[in-house]
Write a new protein. Structure first.
Length: 158
């Protein structure tokens, strides 16, 4: 039995220690917002936060998580920056097919938490592991820049 802290709850799962976190989230816990893409950690569709850091859940054995906090797309709107990123995604009409978007959003939120004053190269670097077959990269970068500007203006007003 493995205990996990997922989206603010402590949950127990009975899975093999080498089971990837992605399958624990989707199959054992019913959190299907995190997507399977490539299975080798290259496309980013399976991105979740582990203690606030964007990680690829398809290659992360559940046994390696220990006491770390897992956050999935299902609760990202409860995060102030997560709300802003989701709103920017809608405003910029980022989503086409939508399959990669939970991973894209999770990577963007982690980036903006780590560095709210992002540069173009920061965005390109942080998002480079997230593949979008619809090629909405320009809109993704614009959405992230807009959130960074909003955060900067909010900090200036506080």
């Amino acid at each position: 039995m493995q205990k996990l802290s997922v989206n603010g709850k402590t949950l127990s799962v009975d899975v093999s220690p080498d089971t990837p976190l992605l399958w624990v989230l989707r199959d054992s816990l019913g959190l299907t917002g995190t997507k399977y893409g490539c299975g080798i950690g290259q496309c980013g569709a399976c991105t979740v936060h582990l203690d606030g850091i964007a990680v690829r859940s398809c290659v992360l054995p559940v046994s390696s998580i220990a006491e770390q906090v897992i956050t999935t797309i299902e609760v990202i709107a409860s995060d102030r920056i997560g709300q802003k990123v989701q709103a920017a995604w809608l405003a910029e009409e980022v989503v086409q097919c939508g399959y990669c978007q939970s991973g894209q959003i999770m990577s963007a939120v982690a980036l903006l938490h780590r560095n709210p004053s992002v540069t173009e190269s920061d965005i390109v670097s942080a998002m480079s592991g997230n593949i979008c077959r619809c090629a909405t990269y320009t809109r993704i970068r614009t959405a992230i820049k807009n959130v960074a500007l909003e955060l900067a203006q909010g900090n200036a007003n506080e």
